[in-house]
Design a protein. Structure first.
Length: 250
C-alpha cells in the first residue's frame, strides 16, 4: 500500500470520506460526555492537529486517523503538572484555553484509530511518528499522550499502577501500545487514574454493551480497562477509565 498522510486542514475535500471511516472503538467509549468538545470541531478549529491516512491508489479508502488537541500548561496558570483526569482533562483545558484566548504550550495526542482489517500491520507506528512530526512542524517541543494501553482490557481487575510499569526481559513495557510509544521515544510519566469518566443510565449501558446490567456492583464489560460500577437502586452505571501519561520530547 502506498500510504499518504495529511492533516484535515490540508485535505478538507476528504470530509465526506473521513466521515465514513469506521471507528474501531467500543460503543460505550463514544459516549464520553466531554468528547463533543473536540470531535464536533475536528474539521474546523482542530483540523491542523488531525491526521488522516489513505491508500494513494484509492483516496476513498481511509485506513487510519490520528487526533490531537493543543493546550496550555504551566505553574503560572495553575497547571504545573499533567492532569489526573487525563483524556477528559486535556479536552477541558483546551476548551478553557480557547475561551480565555490562551496560547497553547503543549499538544496532547488523543487517539490513533486503525481500520480493523489493518490492525497489527505496523500502521499504528507510522501514524504515531506522523503525529510527532506534525507536532514539531507546528512548533511544539513536547507531545504528551494519555495512553490507553491496548491489552489492559484482558486484565480488568489489575490496578493500572501495577500494569503500566510491567516490563519484558528487554526492559520495554509489556503492553503493546505503551511499548510502541517508548520505542518511538516516549517516556512514561505516570498513571492518570480517571482519564475518562462515562456515566449512563442502566438502559443506556444496556444499549451500548448488550449486557443486562441487572445487579449492583462491579461489572466486567468487554474491552473496558476497569469494571463498570453499577447501582440498580439508583438506575445508573459509571465507568472510570485509567490511562498512562507518556511524554515525547521533540
Amino acid at each position: 500500500m502506498d500510504l499518504v498522510i495529511a492533516t484535515r486542514a490540508e485535505r478538507p475535500d476528504l470530509a465526506e470520506t473521513q466521515a465514513a471511516f469506521e471507528n474501531p472503538w467500543p460503543e460505550f467509549m463514544k459516549w464520553d460526555p466531554l468528547g463533543d468538545l473536540y470531535y464536533t470541531r475536528t474539521r474546523t478549529a482542530y483540523a491542523q492537529y488531525c491526521l488522516v491516512a489513505w491508500d494513494a491508489a484509492d483516496p476513498t479508502r481511509i485506513v487510519a486517523e490520528s487526533n490531537s488537541v493543543p493546550f496550555a500548561m504551566g505553574a503560572d496558570i495553575g497547571r504545573p503538572e499533567l492532569p489526573e483526569s487525563g483524556w477528559d482533562g486535556v479536552l477541558m483545558w483546551a476548551w478553557l484555553d480557547e475561551v480565555a484566548g490562551r496560547e497553547p504550550t503543549h499538544l496532547s495526542a488523543l487517539e490513533v484509530a486503525i481500520r480493523a482489517d489493518l490492525q497489527g500491520t505496523g500502521l499504528a507506528s507510522v501514524m504515531l511518528e506522523a503525529k510527532r512530526r506534525n507536532a514539531a512542524r507546528l512548533g511544539f517541543t513536547e507531545l504528551v499522550a494519555p495512553v490507553r494501553p491496548n491489552a489492559k482490557h484482558l486484565e480488568p481487575h489489575t490496578p493500572m499502577s501495577e500494569y503500566a510499569f510491567r516490563t519484558r526481559e528487554d526492559g520495554l513495557p509489556a503492553d503493546p501500545w505503551l511499548r510502541l510509544h517508548v520505542r518511538a521515544g516516549g517516556v512514561i510519566e505516570g498513571v492518570c487514574s480517571r482519564a475518562m469518566a462515562i456515566p449512563g443510565t442502566l438502559d443506556e449501558w444496556r444499549s451500548w454493551t448488550g449486557l443486562p446490567f441487572d445487579r449492583s456492583g462491579d461489572v466486567v464489560v468487554p474491552e473496558a480497562l476497569n469494571p463498570v460500577h453499577v447501582s440498580v437502586e439508583q438506575n445508573h452505571a459509571v465507568y472510570v477509565e485509567p490511562g498512562v501519561w507518556v511524554r515525547h520530547r521533540l
